[in-house]
Write a protein that binds this ligand. Structure first.
Ligand code: OXD
Ligand code: MN
Length: 589
């Protein structure tokens, strides 16, 4: 039964969706523990979930998605704005009318024999003026249960909505899971999402990428804030002072690990507090500072590579109440993936349910995931639920670059920082379908997630920061992934990234030296703590220097990327490109 307090438009929309999809029954989610348990027990009965060893993994389950449905389908993701130009050259576009015409027959009767779940959810802390409401209609109990973990779901959300009709509508159906009939369509002007044919998190958990980033970025531009693909962390110094930073990296480039970093023994007294691992909603306050909230309540993170070495906090987080997707299953019913601690099991069942032995194919899918509650993270910030958010002192942009980008450098000012974000490049990963390991321009790590023309997005960034001048965060670029001639990483990464965070913090406080180079301020060798690291002089030189020739080659690629936006590209960014060209030429002379 729908709660009585609802605006008629909510029930009218649910009725309309039910008429289209013809479910056997409708269930309004209240977000209770009991409801979650019922969802789980139904899925255990029909095999959608498998129970893990309840002693070692209490209340934790394995889900296997369809083998053709294991990552975000960027080629099937569309922005359906009224005007094609408003979606811009980096998005697939379909007219709203064509999208409705194409998808309506796919939704017709798609929920026959299934339950339609109405899932109200809140994005952002309870009681925050920055939080926003959404309702997802789905025929997937896996989605409904995952949303209980990933959002503030059910009654708490409806209480926030009150009698208002202002919420993002999301209609999702598994359909027949055929890639030929799979579409993820966003109608930003209507605050509406239609997704069919996929049960994969990034396509089916609509609050995450679809709402919090694609529709969110559209709303943010209209309302003057920023919806970003960024982690949020608090860096505590040995005196107990906490400074907050936000960082954008493309999918599967270590955002979650950085957000939960545990410093090595050499970094005594330092600590990282986790506010968010994937998405930041940020508003400039009256004091000119930028404040960030994490709209999510859980983590949907990549499993392979996660271990007590790479991310002990995450290993502790996933110890219970966690849904694993597409990982391997050991004979004692434990989850397993490549890069986990200890030796590989002698045998297991792979992510597709087939017998597996070490040395054969991958046991876990490279984009296998877990969905786990943020409140279980031992490093969760005390300000996770702060309705006002946390003040951001530094913004980090980064990518996966084997060459070109040094370990860390600082932008000259906000405008140059926006240029650094706008020209970010990274090697592609398994988080999306398509070729892995090729360099693509991924401005602010938002290329798959910006819900409108990215030229307008850059203009928006320039505009919001310009208002705040001095109080705006300082912008940095980092790259943990530079490799040497033998292909091995030059920088140890993981906990040792604390050394880079400390340099960034010291720069924000005006306490660290830097050299001015054509691309920005780089650390002097003495200003960054490299003590005790096993780094050759040559590695240090490569990590902390500018490869002028490589940057000159980059200029051409940046130019080609900017040209895609034609006359809509902000003039300021072309000027930044000219200035960089000029600085590189001067240095060569
Ligand atoms: C994610 C992604 O799932 O970026 O966070 O793909
Ligand atoms: Mn992400």
């Amino acid at each position: 039964m729908p709660p009585a307090s609802l605006d008629n438009s909510v029930t009218a929309w649910v009725d309309e969706c039910a008429r289209l999809t013809r479910p056997e029954r409708i269930h309004w989610c209240d977000g209770s523990e009991e409801e979650y348990r019922r969802l789980v027990s139904g899925m255990l009965q029909d095999g959608t979930l498998l129970e893990l060893d309840p002693k070692r993994h209490p209340e934790s389950y394995l889900h296997r998605s369809h083998p053709s449905d294991v990552a975000r389908s960027e080629n099937l993701t569309f922005i359906c704005s009224d005007q094609k130009d408003d979606a811009g050259p980096t998005n697939n576009w379909m007219s709203p009318r064509d999208a409705i015409q194409k998808l309506t027959p796919l939704f017709e009767g798609s929920m026959k024999g299934r339950t339609l779940y109405v899932v109200p959810y809140l994005m952002g802390p309870v009681g925050s003026r920055y939080s926003r409401m959404g309702i997802e209609i789905t025929d997937s109990p896996y989605v409904a249960a995952s949303l209980k973990i990933m959002t503030r779901m059910g009654k708490v959300a409806l209480d926030h909505l009150g009698g208002s009709a202002d919420f993002v509508r999301g209609l999702h159906s598994l359909g027949d899971l055929s890639p030929d009939r799979r579409f993820v369509c966003h109608f930003p002007e209507q605050k509406l999402i239609w997704s069919i044919g996929s049960g994969y998190g990034g396509n089916a958990l609509l609050p995450k990428k679809c709402f919090a980033l694609r529709i969110g970025s559209w709303m943010a531009r209209q309302e003057g804030w920023l919806a970003e693909h960024m982690l949020i962390l608090g860096l505590e110094d040995p005196e107990g002072r906490v400074t907050y930073m936000a960082a954008a990296f493309p999918s599967a480039c270590g955002k979650t690990n950085l957000a939960m970093l545990v410093p090595p023994a050499s970094q005594k007294g330092w600590k990282v507090w986790t506010v968010g691992d994937d998405i930041a909603w940020m508003h400039f306050g009256k004091d000119g500072r930028l404040y960030a909230v994490n709209p999510e309540a859980g983590f949907f993170a990549v499993a392979p590579g996660t271990s007590t070495k790479s991310n002990p906090n995450m290993m502790a987080t996933i110890a219970k109440n966690t849904i694993f997707t597409n990982v391997a299953l050991t004979s004692d019913r434990r989850p397993w993936w490549e890069g986990m601690d200890g030796p590989a099991p002698a045998e297991a069942v792979d992510w597709q349910g087939n017998p597996w032995k070490p040395g054969s194919s991958k046991a876990a899918h490279p984009n296998s995931r877990f969905t786990t509650p943020a409140r279980q993270c031992p490093a969760l910030s005390a300000r996770f639920d702060d309705p006002e958010g946390v003040p951001i002192s530094a913004i980090l942009f980064g990518g996966r670059r084997a060459r070109v980008a040094p370990l860390v450098f600082e932008a000259f000012d906000w405008r140059h920082g926006v240029f650094l974000g706008a020209t970010m490049g990274s090697e592609t990963t398994a988080a999306s379908t398509g070729q892995v390991g090729v360099i693509r321009r991924d401005p602010m790590a938002m290329i798959p997630f910006c819900g409108y023309n990215m030229a307008d997005y850059f203009a928006h960034w320039l505009r919001v920061g310009a208002k705040s001048d001095e109080a705006a965060p300082t912008i940095f670029h980092v790259n943990w992934f530079q490799t040497g001639p033998d292909g091995s990483f030059l920088w140890p990464g993981f906990g040792e990234n604390m050394r880079v965070l400390r340099w960034i913090l010291a720069r924000c406080r005006g306490e660290a030296d830097a050299v001015r180079t054509p691309i920005g301020y780089l650390p002097t060798r003495e200003s960054i703590d490299l003590s005790g690291l096993d780094l050759s002089d040559d590695s240090v030189r490569k990590l902390l220097s500018v490869d002028r020739e490589a940057w000159t080659r980059e200029l051409a690629e940046m130019k080609a990327f900017f040209e895609r936006f034609g006359g809509r590209m902000p003039e300021e960014l072309w000027q930044e490109h000219d200035r960089l060209t000029h600085r590189l030429q001067l240095e060569a002379a």
